[in-house]
Ligand binder design. Structure first.
Ligand SMILES: Nc1ncnc2c1ncn2[C@@H]1O[C@H](COP(=O)(O)OP(=O)(O)OP(=O)(O)O)[C@@H](O)[C@H]1O
Length: 294
């Protein structure tokens, strides 16, 4: 047993050139400044803040899609910033992402099942039948059926497409999934289904989440700990219940005051509800079933 966090982000800084094409007006701006947080195995860490505060850039830096200008990102004890431009395949498998718009990463001319089988092939899973079986398993884990593999993106709802994106991520058996506004584009009842699904999948597999969102209600519902970003600076972080009950930073208080209480229950209530579901032997909520708000 080790106390080492799965992900340890220390003094992360990301700078971009702003000011347009004119060289004289160009300057470097830190859009993420000296940000430090960690995520344990099986834990969900929420990153909140208003638009432009640097949430996505932080997630992208961890995924190695944004350039770091300072700091360290350790995954399972290994500093991924020293790995050269291309992170090794094992890191790209262990750390998956689910973004706001699942359709953007799906080929409209391919059956959605192919998004999963192609990912499995890229990650070295040999044999068409084995890849198909893993895709079916992943689809069933997220409440879709084997028949959904043969659908085109245009034949699926936003919630179904997000389930496909989650199935693709999970089929690789990741240890961390970065959910960047993963439910932001969905209606409220579908949001509830997807958030509950993510929590159930975590309970079953022990996967960790970095949950990036501007909706504090959703974040409170799913996260163990939360960090608050303001203009690239992490102004406050702590346990979700404590942060909601007793926000210290004025910016956190402003965010909370501006947030409609759309998902008022916290993680403990959801855990109790999940235990009750397990006791009843419930399966993951199939697409289309409304999951009662807990
Ligand atoms: N490739 C880039 N080049 C220059 N500036 C960038 C780039 N990517 C992001 N930025 C800037 O970095 C800042 C942080 O953006 P980021 O997308 O991380 O914020 P966010 O908190 O995720 O916002 P939102 O909730 O609107 O997605 C913004 O000012 C944005 O304009």
């Amino acid at each position: 047993m080790t106390d080492r966090p799965l992900l340890d982000v220390r003094n992360l800084t990301v700078s971009y050139d702003v000011g347009g094409a004119a060289a004289l007006r160009r300057r470097k701006v830190d859009v993420v400044k000296d940000v430090s947080f960690h995520i344990g195995a099986g834990e969900t860490y929420g990153l909140v803040g208003e638009s432009g505060s640097g949430k996505s850039t932080t997630g992208r830096a961890i995924l190695r899609l944004a350039p770091l200008s300072g700091g360290v990102v350790e995954f399972d004890g290994t500093d991924i910033t020293t790995m050269g431009r291309e992170a090794p395949l094992s890191y790209r498998r262990d750390v998956q992402a689910v973004f706001q718009d699942p359709a953007a990463s799906l080929n409209p001319r391919h059956h959605v099942g192919r998004a999963v089988t192609d990912a499995l092939r890229r990650h070295g899973v040999k044999g068409r039948a084995a890849r198909h079986d893993r895709a079916v398993e992943a689809f069933e884990q997220v409440g879709l059926s084997a028949a959904h593999l043969q659908r085109f993106p245009a034949e699926m709802s936003g919630g179904q497409l997000q389930r496909v994106a989650i199935a693709r991520a999970l089929s690789l058996k990741p240890r961390l999934v970065i959910c960047d506004e993963a439910v932001a584009a969905l209606d409220l009842s579908t949001q509830g289904q997807i958030v509950n699904l993510l929590a159930d999948l975590q309970a079953a597999s022990g996967v960790s989440y970095l949950f990036i969102a501007h909706d504090l209600g959703v974040v409170r519902h799913i996260c163990d700990r939360i960090g608050v970003l303001k203009k690239g600076v992490l102004v406050e972080q702590g346990g979700a219940a404590e942060l909601f009950a007793d926000p210290h930073h004025p910016y956190t208080r402003t965010l909370l005051a501006a947030s409609p209480a759309s998902h008022p229950e916290g993680r403990e209530e959801r855990r109790a509800a999940r235990a009750a579901r397990r006791e009843r032997g419930d399966q993951p909520a199939p697409e289309g079933d409304l999951v009662a708000s807990r």
